[in-house]
Ligand binder design. Structure first.
Ligand SMILES: [Zn+2]
Ligand SMILES: [Zn+2]
Length: 292
């Protein structure tokens, strides 16, 4: 390559790597640069996986900012979790730990509300009283349940969910604009929750809850790297998805909520250690080491 061409290429590359213009992000640039080294590219999707069946364009940091995402305000900043149905003592423990995790993940006060009975969903919006119609929960059941201080309200159902009569089931559903969502513990516990599958269930419930609440804060599916905001078509795909946000999605969440990035990371690390979420502990530990 001739020197002039090489110079031109260097100029082009340096233009591409322009310093971040947003002062809020610029102040945290070292943090995001450091953790970006731990981002893992997605492998080409295999048949049956989310991206094999859904064409998604992703959402850049700039696109996220331009979309005027749902943002907490001083008077509207609490995440509410609303259990729907009857839960065993161990399931209640799982809900309580999920509340703890969500508070750390989003660095926002998170409240677990008193459960409401699943008879709140009329029989015609249930299949043989075994599954609840998720859009009914979102559009009708949760419509007038949002406390004034709520930035997001997510129902967690004991029963299974289905999105429409032609689909068998759905793990969760959330609105990008209405600040409501729903997920279910039903399929996350291998039929019955006990001490042998408790940790696995916590890993799944925290993964799906942070994914759905991420949607409620206007985060779209991520196609840039392995990330908790990756779409999922099956429990196997969810089990393979990390609880970690990739560096691009972390940048979006930080820009939106503004918190101490390193403190958040240490708290998530402690939670994963205490709950034996070993694969996720390793990912958060790698980020923690990178930012030391
Ligand atoms: Zn999703
Ligand atoms: Zn991401």
């Amino acid at each position: 390559m001739k020197p002039l061409r090489l110079l031109l290429l260097c100029i082009l590359l340096s233009c591409h790597n322009n310093p971040e213009e947003d002062p809020v992000i610029r102040a945290q640039n070292n943090y995001f640069k450091a953790i970006a080294k731990n981002d893992i590219q997605l492998s080409p999707p295999k048949e049956g996986e989310w991206l094999f069946e859904h064409q998604e364009g992703g959402q850049t940091f700039e696109a996220y900012k331009k979309a005027k995402p749902v943002k907490p305000t001083p008077n509207r900043s609490v995440i509410y979790l609303l259990p729907v149905g009857e839960f065993t003592a161990l399931q209640q423990r799982a809900l309580s730990l999920t509340r703890e995790y969500v508070a750390l993940f989003f660095q926002l006060e998170t409240v677990l509300l008193k459960p409401i009975p699943d008879t709140s969903v009329p029989g015609r919006f249930q299949t043989d009283h075994l599954q609840l119609l998720a859009p009914y929960v979102l559009d009708t059941l949760l419509a007038d349940q949002m406390p004034a201080s709520g930035i997001a309200l997510m129902a967690i159902s004991a029963k299974d969910l289905y999105p429409k009569p032609s689909w068998n089931y759905v793990f969760g559903l959330a609105s990008y604009t209405k600040r409501v969502g729903v997920t279910s513990i039903y399929r996350l516990q291998n039929k019955q929750l006990d001490t042998t599958n408790f940790s696995q269930c916590i890993g799944r419930l925290t993964n799906i809850s942070s994914h759905e609440i991420g949607h409620m804060l206007s985060l779209h599916h991520c196609i840039f790297a392995r990330c908790v905001m990756n779409g999922s078509n099956s429990l196997a795909e969810t089990d393979n998805a990390p609880n970690r946000l990739c560096s691009d999605c972390q940048k979006k969440l930080y820009w939106n909520i503004r918190y101490d990035n390193k403190k958040r990371l240490r708290q998530l690390l402690d939670f994963c250690r205490q709950q034996s979420l070993n694969k996720n502990w390793e990912l958060f530990q790698a980020d923690n080491k990178a930012v030391l």
